[in-house]
Design a protein around this ligand. Sequence first.
Ligand code: GAL
Length: 387
Amino acid sequence: MHWWTSGGEGAAVGVLKKDLEAKGVKWVDMAVSGGGGEAAMTALRARAVAGNPPTAAQLLGMAVIDWSGEGLLGDLNEQAAKEGWDKVVPPALQRFAKADGKWVAVPVNIHRPHWLWMNAKIFKDNGLTPPRTWDEFNATADKLKAKGILPLAIGGQPWQEATAWEGIVLGLGGPDFYRKAVIEADAASLKSATMVKVFDQMRKLRGYADKNFAGRDWNLATGMVLKGEAAMQLMGDWAKGEVLAAKMTPGKDILCAVAPGTQNSYLFNTDFFAMFKVGGDRRPAQLTMASSVMNPGFQETFNLAKGSIPARSDVPMDKFDECGKKSMTDLKAAATAKTMYGSLAHGHAQPAAIQRAYLDVITKHFNSEQSSKDAAESLAKAVAAAK
Ligand code: GAL
């Protein structure tokens, strides 16, 4: 079970399917569309409750911890020991992949959700360079708007709004503020003057989008940038999968830069495959899949298609484009500087109920005329109530 249904995601899942079929494992596809995986998680819950969980399911970090806490995930320790996973998977990922010292899921990638994608032709024709701060971003967007060019492609779904929001929290507040406001859910930070500024910037974003953003899927918004219908999109590097699927070149046709102000830090989300406790007859296929996912060659091919970078630290990066190489360099620097944190929008910062509280407030503010101050206060309240 997975939620990889866009063009780029489909290409990446095809790599996994082909790899397993070559090893004699039959692939029964259960794709549940909906970026960010919310619909997939509802479908998974229904299957698990009915006593019929999938053999393997795509999960984001916190969800691995949840399902393993319910005692439903199989133990992969034997395979892990045989193949030395402990030595090659970054500790930040192992925190989610292991429960009580046991490997219960395998990481397939590392995504960075705070990127800015730009149509190179629009930027060149208008003499623009990638904005490095939110003030520069606003100035760039204002220039485009004045010329009748749509500055920003937005997909209006809570997880997408939260993806932009967390990039702004990091960019305007810096890594310490992100840690306090998101990882520690600190009430004073949630209703602080900085958070008010974050919501002000969210309001600005809406002014740079078209009128039809509500409900739009993220890959359709990416498509607008690829076609030159909009100049920019704030989105994770799965958007690069769409660039590649459209046979365009990242860094040339579509420019990539980290979201304004986030140059020295790194938010991450990782897609894991967890093996549910199902009949012993399916165990060999589960172990084959776990081993395939962890294979360095597979990690290279898969991540080249997906837009992410490998979840192993020993995979050569020479075949990756400049955006992928930058992601790896920045990841290593942020891990050393301790400015690497899990993404809230993509299930690596807070358990589901608290994450939901953040997303509800972010979406309500974005889709109404609520003031930034009210939004910040309501965020502090909602998060405290969900804790
Ligand atoms: C993320 C997931 C990515 C990508 C994205 C959009 O949560 O980690 O792999 O698929 O959703 O669907």
